[in-house]
Design a protein around this ligand. Structure first.
Ligand SMILES: Nc1ncnc2c1ncn2[C@@H]1O[C@H](COP(=O)(O)OP(=O)(O)O)[C@@H](O)[C@H]1O
Ligand SMILES: [Mg+2]
Length: 237
């Protein structure tokens, strides 16, 4: 089942067209990696899916809903069922880990005990069960990464967007955390759109890859297929 369909999408900033005729379809449960160099339009594409930007042309569908078409957003970000993890994580420094994750639940009409249970489950899932009362600043980089992931996942998004979430980490931590992200994704089964400029990271994470260059999708297919076409070595999983 296609959960995300991007059809003929153009995005302009002033005179500059930063995305040209983007077509992408993502099946439920897939891990699509958008791979391309800095400035090619990866973040812009994620922001269009999340609803923070409006496409100038084309249409975006999530599940059976048209969320953007004809130069307008039809569904606001908070009603798209889309979660986002940013490169800088954007954790609240004055809140505890548990409060940060509870913040992800927003104004959903949950009872206090239901909220506490959801947050507790999520903490356990990302291996932070003992650390809920700490401030983010008292955690390692890897642990902070897991808090950001938990805060997005606690909303049970249909699609999780991740914008270079590991690119500020050293290679060893990057490898370990992407393994953890994969484990959590397989456990929960959410659909993921993951942005990186790093080939090795892309091949380790992806089930599908779309290669972006200067605002255009220049290749897309299964991770193995793209690895073959680009002459990339498939990473050890
Ligand atoms: N809000 C904006 N206003 C004007 N130009 C922008 C804006 N956001 C991004 N751009 C431009 O769009 C292009 C793609 O940017 P971006 O999507 O951030 O690329 P990437 O995430 O692949 O590095 C770049 O040339 C960037 O300067
Ligand atoms: Mg970017």
């Amino acid at each position: 089942m296609t959960i995300l369909a991007i059809t003929g999408v153009d995005k302009r900033y002033g005179e500059q067209t930063v995305l040209h005729g983007i077509n992408l379809a993502v099946d439920a449960g897939e891990r699509l990696v958008l791979l391309g160099p800095s400035g090619c339009g990866k973040t812009t594409l994620l922001r269009l899916v999340a609803g923070f930007e409006v496409p100038d042309l084309g249409e975006i569908r999530i599940g059976d809903q048209r969320v953007a078409a004809d130069g307008k957003n039809l569904v606001p970000p908070q009603r798209r069922g889309v979660g986002m993890v940013f490169q800088d994580l954007a954790l609240w420094p004055h809140m505890s880990v548990a409060q940060n994750i509870a913040f992800g639940l927003g104004a959903q009409g949950l009872s206090r005990s239901a909220r506490r249970r959801r947050v507790g489950d999520m903490l356990a899932r990302v291996g932070l069960a003992e650390l809920g009362d700490r401030r983010p600043s008292a955690l390692s980089g890897g642990q902070q990464q897991r808090v950001a992931l938990a805060r997005a996942l606690v909303q049970e998004p249909r699609i999780l967007l991740m914008d270079e979430p590991l690119s500020s980490l050293d290679i060893e931590l990057n490898r370990r955390l992407r393994g953890e992200i994969l484990d959590i994704q397989r456990q929960i089964g959410f659909t993921m759109v993951y942005v990186t400029h790093d080939h090795e990271e892309a091949l380790a994470i992806a089930s599908q890859i779309a290669v972006l260059q200067a605002g255009r999708v220049v290749a897309s297919g299964s991770a193995g297929d793209i690895a073959g076409r680009l002459g990339l070595r498939t990473g050890s999983k």
